[in-house]
Structures are given as structure tokens and as C-alpha cells.
Design a protein around this ligand. Sequence first.
Ligand code: B3K
Ligand code: ZN
Length: 859
Amino acid sequence: PATIRREDYQPPAWLVPETALHFTLGLDRTQVRSALQVRRNPAGDGSETLRLNGDGLVPAGVWIDGEETAEWTIDGSDLLLTLPGDAHEIGIATDIAPSANTQLMGLYASNGMLCTQCEAEGFRRITFFPDRPDVLSVYSVRMAGDKAAFPVLLSNGNCTASGDNADGTHWAEWHDPWPKPSYLFALVAGDLVANHDSFTTMSGRQVDLNIWVRDGDQDRTHHAMQALKDSMKWDEEVFGREYDLDLFNIVAVADFNMGAMENKGLNVFNTRYILADPDTATDMDYDGIEGVVAHEYFHNWSGNRVTCRDWFQLSLKEGFTVLRDQLFSQDMGSAAVKRIEDVRVLRAAQFPEDSGPLAHPIRPDSYQEISNFYTATVYNKGAEVIRMMRTMVGAERFRKATDLYFDRHDGQAATCEDFVKAIEDGAGADLGQFRLWYAQAGTPRVEARLSHADGVATLTLRQTVPPTPGQADKQAMVIPLRLALFDRSTGQHRGEELVILHEPQAEFSFAGFATRPVLSLNRGFSAPVAIDADQSNADLVFLAAHDDDPFARYEAMQQLVVQHLIALVSGGTLCAADRDAGREAIGQALAAVIDDPALDDLMRGELMILPGETYLGEQLLVADPAVIHAEREGLKAWLGAQLKDRLVALHHRASSVPYSLAAAARGARKIKTQALVYLAAGVPDVAAQLAAQQFDDADNMTDRQGALMVLAGLDTPLREVKLAAFHQRYAGNALVIDKWFSLQAGSLHPRVVDHVRALSQHPDFTLSNPNRVRALYMAFTAPHAFHADGGVGYRMIADLILALDPINPQTAARFVASLGRWRRIEPVRSALMRAELERIAAAPGLSKDTFEQVSKSLG
Ligand code: B3K
Ligand code: ZN
């Protein structure tokens, strides 16, 4: 496959100011007739050739200025026309087969409805078009179809006319006044019902809001609707952004490749991010819905009104929109807990990506298949990079700068450089060297050493940026670090400072410390870097108990455990006494967390979470996943046994809090299951009884799922009983059955590999639904089972990739990264992982998506 390069960007030769589309809808066959007003681009290369991208399309007819023509050629899958003048009308007819579209890109069928997914390059599977984000067009859509099969007909913008035909069909016309790139086009036709509501914007316009779902699901849309209204209000207040149409539609679809899609005025969502009620959705599901609804809504400005010039600029809209949704969620709930969760996601998903064969800058330089670049790096690291700018200039100046950005680039297809320039101009900052964050991949490492002499504390910072594929040598980055120095005796610090490291190495001095202070660095995770501060257990215990920055407190707790476990797994120099001393320190810190009356339970729950196995593995050049798993479980078991009474009491206290969505009740549910997790490791019989009780008593999914998660990992007869009860209770509810698959595939049970093999043959399992595939196999790529002895886990994932690739390459390619970690794994497993990658690479007819990921992983 061809490699597309950022540096090769050329403006389009032709523009398409207006597009009219006419659909005759059918599940098996849909006819598409387009009329494109094309204009020669004065900024283009003057070429007479109009290139219209296609993917799997055959033109059934082509017209130039109303005359049918045979003067067209096909180049690869694109349609080429030679046009003499500067302005023409092009007509094209195509026939497509939605029900045969298993890739779920373009127009496809899901449970008898028709819907679209066009980002990034799906529109070219519907009709021939310059399918690139810098060609903005005003769309008019007319669709007609069987009224019984498709009573609801939706597209972008406003419905301008509709009517019935005598033959049982009906039709609707939609017009979107805002010029948009083809990736934001959407069409939905199906038997849907809506939860209707409305929102009055800051200038007093009333916007009709609809969330469309299948009949029976209406009652599960209220949380999503509230999130939508909260987002609309928040974006007005915090970013000054008002909605710009009189109608906002959301449609929930059961078969969807990702979370949701921000099509102008017609967002399409995975049902997973819309449907919720206490009986079927966990607290985490509720938060996920709030975050994704906000994210897609916020794209209306960061993505739609200002879009991307080309796909290399993806982080322009995604990084910024992730930051916006993170700030929103911080404001809606606990800011501290949200920040910790976002960092945990970054470390679990993005850090490994940045240190592996698929590492790329947040603004990539090349790709083969753009779908492979919807990554944690572009999204989550992209958000961190913009968050750093905000930290450096302050929230107020940042707001001025984003106002300037929206103002300056409204209606344009912009670049990341445009964004940074607007922040510079609007906030009055110099971001020259900072731009390296867009160009260099890899997680910078900062070594911090604090010395103390003559009343002065001196902090020496050294940064290194590791080599990544195609980038051997790196320049020093701009790294903003929030820090505080604590007086050990008073437990206080004298105010937080922001130091900015520009050089490979720098020293910062702080006078007036009679005794050596305790360093709290990278507070709030002000920079997305790995810190090596070489702190003593005593310092970490102090910070875990006293730090007033919640993230730093969490971090101290994590670091205490990381240092202990890494010392144990990386060499065995630790004697039994060291192990005991480490455990004691962790045990005391955890006991203090459980006992601290000043902590709210949501935060307590965060502080109780042990660092994950992937994050632990990241600390080592070459990791043995089995040893990491054993040591981490060993620690958990020791803590569970040691703190048994406290944990049982905690579980008991939390169990008495009645269900509500209030923070205190959510916190209680969180620590309840946390307590079970430790008890399951340390005193499994006690845990099994408590979990079964929690399961039976549960009046909500958080408690029920938490209890079942613990039971699924235990060797107890209760396991089968409760799993069967859960399945029976929720038969037919796809989203809950997904949980049933995930709980088993991600469980700590020693026979999980056998369980997953059996589940892949279960009548409820199918490769055609991405949610179901991810439920079973993504959960399974969690370290312990995936790395099972002999490589059976690797083989299962490779078999899955090979089976799924012809059906849904985008989803198949997502599984490659787990095998791609082979260079960082001990030699025996490493060879087995590599062999599976080679087996995939040798398979004939691989998709571009999977080919790119596999070849890069081997390269
Ligand atoms: N922009 C879409 C992602 C599209 C992914 C295409 N492979 C959802 C989002 O980030 O909001
Ligand atoms: Zn997005």
C-alpha cells in the first residue's frame, strides 16, 4: 500500500461549493444520484483533471453539465474526469449494497436500519467525491424509501420538506446551511423513536433536541439528554461557543466501530454511549456517556466549524476536543478524580504506544491507512499537549486565545500550526520550542534530584526523549512542571510553583529551608512525562498522607507500590526482609487511606487502586509478564489478608449507603468493590461470600458487576451460579451481555484461556458486532491471560485478527498492538508473539489496516 506523507500536501485542484444527493433507499440496494457544483480552485495547480475518490464503487452513469458522458476513466478506485472550464455540474449515479457492508464504513445496515459512518474515508464508499477534509460543501439531501421499514428519515441540518407517495414509500429533504467536509455527512433511515427535549441558547434561540433509539429504549436516554444539555450550556459559559442550528439529533446504533461520530447536526452513537439506567449501566458507564456526548457536541466548534486541512492534523480537532470534554467532566463531578482517571488512561494506553513500534507524534508525518491513527497518542496525548499550553498561559489567557482561534479560522480547514499560532497570538506567548510536542514522538523522561545545603534546596532536572521509529535523535522539549516543597515537620508547603524545563538539564534553587523539604513534582500531572525522582519510601508515605494536590497524593501511593514491585521483579536483589519492609510501608499507607476521615470515598477508591500490570511492565526494558503478575497478586493477597478486618468493615459501611447518583453514593460503590478485590486475593472464601451477598442484594449494575467481576476470578461454585443468573436476567440486552463476556475474558481465573475459547463458540458471540468482539477479546488482551504459558493467548488473538480482517479490517487492526509489544517481553514469549505476527503477515489478502500495523510491528 502507498504511504501518504504530510509534506506532500497539495491544495485541491477543484472545489465543490454545493452538493445535492438523492437516495433511493433499500437495505440490499440503495441508489445514489449526486449533483456536484465544481469550481476550479484558484489556489490549486490548475489541473483539468477532477479526481473523485471512490472505494468499491462502479459508476452507473456520469453526466457533465447535464449531458451523459462516457469520457471518464478509473484510476485505482477513483473516477477521473477532464474538465475544460472553470465551473461545471457533475452528475454521478452509483448503486450500493448496505446489508453487504460488514466494514461499517459508508452506508450500512444495522438491525434493519440504515446509517452512515464517513470519517475518515467512508464517504467514498457512498458516492464518488473529493473525499478530503479541505473540500467544504453545502449539502442538500433528498431520500425516499419504504415508509414501514424506514419511518424516520434523517440527515444533517434541517428538514425542509417531506411527503408520502401512493406506493407506500415516503421521502424527506434535508438542507445543511453550514459548509462541511464529506466526512461529516450523515444519513439515517429506520424505525426509531425519540426522546425529545429542547435547549435555549445564550442568544435566546430554541434548539430542538432528539435522541433516537429503538422502541423500548427511550427510558434509557435521560442521562445522555442531560449530558447534552449540560454540554451545550458549559460550552457557552467556558468557551463562549453557541450551537448554530435549530435542531440537534443523536441516533444510537448497535453496530458501530467506535464510540460515536460528530456529524453536523446528526451525531451517530454507539448504543453503549447513550443507553443507561441504574439496572443496566455502571457508574463508569454513566461517566462514559456524559464524556462522549460532550465530546461529540463540542466537536461542533472544534472539528466542524473549524475542521482539519488534512488527516495529519487530526489532533487539531481530537486533542482539543478531548481536552474540552475532560475539562467539562472535571466541572460536572470530582475534578480531582477525573484528572487521576485521565492520567491512568494515558499511562495504560498511550505510554505503551509511545514506547512501541507504532509510536508516532501527535501530528503524524505519514500513514498508509488513516483509520490506524485514531490513537491514544492523537487523542489523549494531544489533549495533554494543549493542556500544557493552558497551564503555561493560564486559563484566562487561554480562553482569549481560543476565542481568537475560532474567530480566525471559522469556516476553514486548519492545521495544528494554525492552532499553536492562534494560542501564541491570543495569549501572548512564545511557543517556538514548544512545537516540538507536535513533531517528536516518545514519552520524555525527567530525572529529578533534590539536594539540600545551607538552607537552600536545589532541584536538578534532566530530560531525555527516547528514540522512536524514524526519530533516532531528539531535541529537548518544553516541560512545565508544577511543584511544591513540603516542610516535613509541619506537613505544609509555602505555595506551588511552576518551573519550566527547556534545556536538557537545569537547576532550580529554593532558599529558606532549614531542613531538607519533601518534593512534590509534576502536580496535577502538569506534563505528560515519566518522572524518575528516586524518592525514599518515607517521602512517598509522607506525600501519600499529606499532599494537598490530589493527583500528587495518588501518584505517591502509586510510586510507593511501583518502586516496591519493580525492585522485586527486576533482579531479585531484594531479600525477604526488604520485601517485608516494602509491604509494611504499603500496608500502612493503604490503612491510612482506608481510615482517613477527611477523604471522600470517590478519592479513597482512587488511592486504593494498585498500578496496573502494563504500567509496571513499562518501567522495565524487558518485562516478564508472569513474574509481574505473580508479584502484584502476591502483594494484593498480603494486603487483603493483613487488612482483612478493615476491608470487611469498609465493605460493610459502604453497603449501607443507598443507591443514588450522588458522589457519596458512587464513592461508596467504588470502595465496596475495591475492598472485595483485595479480599479476593487475600481471603478468597470471605470474599466469595461477601461478593455473592453483594450480587444478590444489588439494586444497581455497579454493585452487581463489581461482585460478579470478583466472583469470576475465583474458584468457587458460586462463580457459575451467579454468571448464569446474570446471563439469564439480561438475555437480549446486548450491552449487558457484552459485560458478561468481558467479565469472564478479563477475569483472574486460572482457566480464563479455556473460558474465552468456549465463549467464542457461545451462541451470543458474533464477529459481526464490534462491541461483542471487543467485549470478549479486548478484555482478554489484559496481561495475565494473554501472556499464558506456551503462547495460546497470542495464537487466539492472531486467529481473531485473521478471521476478522476480511469482515471488519478497522476493528481487526486494533488488536495488533497487543502482539506488537514483543520487543519488551522476555525472550521465550517474545519469540512466540513475533511468530504470530509473522503468521498474520504471511496471510494473503490482508487489509491495508492490518497490513500497516503488522508490518510496522515487525519492522
Ligand atoms: N471523530 C470520530 C472518530 C472517527 C473514527 C474513524 N475511524 C469520533 C470522535 O473522535 O469524536
Ligand atoms: Zn473526537
